[in-house]
Design a protein around this ligand. Structure first.
Ligand code: GLN
Ligand code: ZN
Length: 777
């Protein structure tokens, strides 16, 4: 039976949750508390007390669900990697010299600190593997040292749970992953992984402290094992885990956890873990790694089988999971198998119980974090005594069957249309040169055309009116009139500024994906299903439940109105198929490429409708294209790039040559997938660039990129209005790498989070700078 011998409880059903329950609480309680603290509305004590309340509540949910192995140290006020930076005393000096309280120093690293005469920017934050969660990058120095803080968080939280009567399994990010996910600080050249021998003794010290506090087992996460590893990273596992083995009984036993991919290509690392109690693998993403992993385990090692998806919201298919568990048990025996979620539940919303508005049939298809931990417990019982959970197994089978057969899921018309897609539909009528000649005439664009990325400030007035409309406090007509007034304002400001290609400002959009989801068949929406994206920021992804189609135009009304009052070309604004897919919870019953093509076909109709209504510049944003890139090089990545690029092309290629297609990306590191960006065949690309080295643009010359590019000339995340000279200098730098006739002048991204005076100030300088170069060339 699934047991965890490390607890010496062999004979009882043992199941585990692989750590990191969603942290936010039922009503985004943590977000609210953090933000109240940042706004000086609650005290530090009150914030810490709220953290404690949430931890206890989350442990209790798991205990009540019947989970035997419950994680601790999975909670974080901002980010769990940032916690490690702090408890290993790896805080860069620019923060330690500020003499802030530990909590304020922690938040300063997470989000910057500009208060009481202190002004420090945040550490860099990047996406966690292929998820939309962001972690704070360990930022290391040439002379980096590590030491353990007094009363470190993992020990504190273990004792806190113990006091509440729950013996937990603390979770740590492993030493190799911690370093491999880090970077050298500005001005340092250290290769983070070279610090392994300095860091490991501090881990040993922490592990000893955990053992002394009563921890029998620790989950040590080494998710970098799913990457293609640099040789020096691979080599670091041996000394690190040999040091742990040498510590013997003075430290808890270790379960090494991996997730989001398979580890088969890194099997040569496994001997390093021979003293570990067991290994956790993700069997949702890569069920095929089960058999090879079983062969690699040592004679008494356990397998923690991640069979319940930590990244999605779908009910587990018990029959599939049970097949995997039975295979594992057959090979290892019941005492050496733990049932677990595939990854942390950080990536799923808190509880389905909060959803009061989902259609009743659809409700039955989902499991959020609190339901997933119950699934783990049921599965563990099901492998030993299925009769004890017969009712649950039957209900699960019925729900899975109902979904498969639902008319919501299957739309024969969509399938017919997909079957009829031809290769020609992916290609524009002519090549870029001929298209551009027509566009130039049609749109009468000057050299160095200026434009913006789409959104203008989402003011509190906009939010108030949208809320009123959602609550039926104002009529659709009143709301429409309000939106028109906002568009009038956006257009008149662009007239004053003298921009060349206008946008309508997106006042009607709550979110760039949800807005489209709400207008498409095949989606459902939640009211409380928030997932942490970074710090206190949460997103509420819409859910794709069925075949996607577009019942009616989605953006034509606003764009057409905006064009009717504009002197200059109005740019239509759509979210691309890949981004719609990635920032939703996708279906798991059909491949993502199929869903993406359905989105592409819906968007294709929208693009064609925009053109038919007088919109001759259309931007299709794809900021999520890169995050969807499979983590390893090889066939999966190649296949992804092929279907992702094809979807974009299918969405955009239905227009005449004289219509100009733009796309936008919120990053500028294209080196590793430049050919995919080029293959999109977009007439104009706008990319985030202002904080990066202009040298990144060199790839466009090296690859002889023929089309047009607008590298962002200023940072839209900051309220700062850059001086005209800064714009000129930036454009000068760009001209070192791009031909003048290729260059567009625009900000890094949309301006929705800014205030109008900041926007006007910055764009005024931007336009003047563009005019200066227009005269010069
Ligand atoms: N058009 C969107 C906007 O301007 C693009 C946002 C994004 O790239 N994240 O807000
Ligand atoms: Zn952007």
């Amino acid at each position: 039976m699934p047991a965890c011998p490390s607890f010496g409880l062999s004979g009882q059903n043992k199941v585990a949750d692989v750590a990191l329950h969603s942290r936010m609480g039922v009503l985004r309680d943590l977000k609210k508390a953090n933000e109240a603290y940042w706004a000086d509305k609650i005290s530090q004590e009150a914030l810490l007390e709220e953290g404690k309340r949430l931890r206890l509540a989350h442990w209790k949910i798991q205990k009540d669900a019947g989970v035997d192995i419950i994680p601790s140290n999975d909670f974080a006020h901002y980010d769990h990697v940032l916690d490690h930076i702090q408890f290993f005393n790896a805080v860069p000096e620019r923060y330690t010299t500020q003499k802030l309280s530990p909590l304020d120093e922690y938040f300063a690293m997470g989000r910057g600190h500009q208060k009481g005469g202190v002004d420090v920017p945040a550490l860099e934050m990047v996406k966690w593997f292929d998820s939309n969660y962001h972690y704070v990058k360990p930022t290391l120095q040439d002379n980096q040292t590590f030491s353990l803080v007094e009363n470190p968080k993992p020990v504190r939280e273990f004792l806190e749970a113990k006091e509440a009567g729950i013996i937990t399994r603390p979770v740590l990010v492993g030493p190799v992953s911690f370093l491999a996910l880090g970077k050298a600080d500005r001005g340092s050249t250290v290769n983070p992984i070279s610090l392994i021998n300095k860091l490991v003794p501090v881990y040993v010290e922490l592990l000893k402290a955990l053992k002394a506090a009563g921890a029998e087992t620790v989950q040590i996460d080494e998710p970098t094992l799913v990457f293609d590893l640099a040789p020096e990273v691979k080599a670091a596992f041996k000394p690190a885990y040999e040091a742990f083995a040498a510590a013997g009984d003075t430290i808890p036993s270790l379960v090494v956890a991996t997730y989001f991919g398979d580890i088969v290509h890194n099997f040569d690392v496994l001997p390093a873990f021979s003293a570990a109690k067991g290994i956790h693998v993700d069997l949702v993403r890569n069920p095929e790694q089960l058999e090879p992993v079983l062969k690699q385990l040592g004679p008494s090692q356990i397998l923690s089988a991640g069979v319940v998806d930590g990244r999605n919201i779908w009910k587990n298919d018990f029959s599939k999971s049970l097949d995997l568990l039975k295979t594992a048990i057959k090979a290892l025996g019941q005492d050496r198998v733990i049932v677990a979620t595939s990854s942390s539940l950080l990536h799923t919303p808190h509880t389905l119980a909060s959803e009061k508005k989902l259609p009743a049939d659809v409700y039955e298809w989902f499991s959020f974090a609190s339901e997933k931990v119950k699934e783990v417990a049921i599965l563990a019982k099901a492998v030993t005594n299925p009769e004890a959970v017969r009712a649950e197994l039957d209900a699960n089978a019925a729900a899975i069957k109902a979904r498969a057969e639902s008319t919501r899921t299957n739309d024969p018309k969509v399938k017919e249309r997909q079957a009829a897609v031809t290769p020609e539909q992916h290609n524009r009528k002519s090549g870029f040169d001929s298209r551009y000649a027509q566009q130039k005439k049609h749109l009468s664009l000057p050299l160095f055309p200026t434009t913006t990325i789409g959104s203008f400030p989402q003011t509190s007035e906009i939010r108030v009116q949208r809320n009123k409309f959602t609550k039926n406090e104002i009529t659709a007509e009143e709301y429409d009139n309000f939106i028109k007034k906002e568009i009038d304002l956006a257009v008149s400001i662009q007239d004053e500024l003298g921009l060349d290609v206008y946008v309508h400002g997106e006042p009607e959009r709550n979110d760039m994906v949800q807005y489209f989801g709400e207008r498409l068949n095949g989606y459902v929406f939640t009211t409380h299903a928030w997932v942490q994206s970074y710090g206190s920021r949460c997103v509420r992804p819409p859910i794709i439940v069925g075949d996607i189609s577009r019942p009616a135009p989605m953006t034509v009304k606003e764009s057409k109105y905006a064009a009717s009052i504009s002197k200059k070309p109005m740019k239509g604004m759509l979210t691309g198929p890949v981004t719609c897919l990635r920032w939703s919870f996708p279906r798991v019953d059909v491949h993502q490429s199929v869903q993406c093509q359905q989105l592409a076909l819906a968007l294709r109709d929208e693009v064609v409708d925009l053109e038919a209504n007088g919109i001759f510049v259309i931007q299709v944003d794809e900021p999520a294209l890169r995050e969807g890139l499979p983590l390893r090089k090889g066939s999966e990545r190649d296949a992804y790039l092929e279907w992702a690029v094809d979807s974009f092309k299918l969405a955009t290629a239905g227009v005449e040559d004289s219509t100009q297609i733009h796309s936008h990306f919120c990053y500028s590191e294209f080196q590793d997938f430049f050919h995919a960006i080029a293959a999109l065949d977009a007439d104009v690309l706008s990319i985030e660039n202002s904080k990066s080295d202009a040298k990144l643009l060199k790839v466009f010359i090296d690859e002889a990129y023929p089309r047009h590019i607008g590298p962002g000339v200023y940072d839209i995340h900051s309220p700062r209005v850059p001086a005209e000279a800064e714009f000129k200098q930036r454009i000068e730098e760009m001209l070192e790498f791009l031909r003048p006739e290729q260059l567009w002048i625009n900000p890094d991204c949309g301006l929705k989070t800014r205030k109008w005076d900041e926007v006007k100030g910055a764009l005024e300088h931007m336009v003047t700078a563009a005019k200066y170069f227009r005269e010069k060339y």
